[in-house]
Design a protein around this ligand. Sequence first.
Ligand code: URA
Ligand code: CA
Length: 433
Amino acid sequence: MRMVDIISKKRDGAELTAEEIKFFVDGYTNGGIPDYQASALTMAIYFQDMSDREIADLTLAMAHSGKILDLSAIDGIKVDKHSTGGVGDTTTLVLAPLVASLGVPVAKMSGRGLGHTGGTIDKLESIKGFHTELSKEEFVHLVNKDKIAVMGQTADLTPADKKLYALRDVTATVDSIPLIASSIMSKKIASGADAIVLDVTTGAGAFMKNEKDAVRLAETMVRIGNHVGRRMMAVISDMSQPLGFAIGNAIEVKEAIDTLKGKGPEDLTELVLALGSQMVVLANRAPSAAEARKMLENALSNGTGLEKFKSFVANQGGDPSIVDHPENLPQARYKIDLPARSTGFVSEMVADQIGLAAMLLGAGRATKNDTIDFAVGILLKKKVGDQVVQGEPLATIYSNREDIEDVKEKIYQNITISDHCQAIKLIHKIITE
Ligand code: URA
Ligand code: CA
């Protein structure tokens, strides 16, 4: 087999065989196939697309390029949740303990943030002492004991994806449905979940800018998962504006705690309930999503979700006092209000740009090696649809530098105030297998 023949076959629009796909993935992972041939193939895939069968074969080849995590030592149906990315997306911090408090084992592998999207691990590390470098034995032990653990991605998980993602990032081939679907699903399959709930975001802050593409990506991933014997569900959720009010690390932890106390933002709470009820159903803990939702609402109002969050933090070395004393989280030196320049309704908040404004403060990374300032971020005071009077704060900026004209200007440029507005629908669609 020759790589050049595989490239020309895909370039001309033909379907690749499972053997050809495996030849490429293995060869690229072990260094036998050079970057220039891999980038030619990914560009051919970008333009010619792939069949479901090809995507499933690509996913499996990538999943098997490294170690597959064997979680069979965990009792029960392990359900994972994955988001395709967002701004201020605090969902996992609320969802994982809430679902675990109902007895569903949550064994979650999470990533760090890059660019305008934040990572769950970074947010958790804003809690003093919290660590996610668990051995497989510790991970399994914690999930069996307390139904919840979050660990960072191990170095030997899907090496093919690590290499390919870095290549796609610099060859303009990230936003390709077959490449995104296989990248995400290979990691989910390798990390051992039995059932997977996908939060596929759509809008300015997401990979998929419109609903049609988001639905196609979601359906593709659901089919891949089913094909390899995983139970699957997908929710298409809005990411045209940031989720909740907080965009940062420590301030998102605080937002998660407020939400577990039943005092969280409406959109974050709703998304948690929508995703959580699907997770509970897939874990066979409730007969219907409606029943599951009631159970989750109870766990919010009676504080069991919050208690689970506290023990989860303590289990992984973190300081649980932050639950009752959020002032023990890292605090920014300056809290600066951003007054509205006019009166009207907020009609647009461009999610990715607001995420980039938070990054300017130090809340995110521009490159993999940047360090994060956990204390800083943006706390929105208004969301799309809200009325605002000139001079009223649109947001409070948490900063460790005094001069933040650049950040203010970026936020102003990306919040529109008009004399009318349209409310945003949070959940666009739910896709079942
Ligand atoms: N997230 C991933 O893990 N992979 C992609 O290709 C896109 C988003
Ligand atoms: Ca948020």
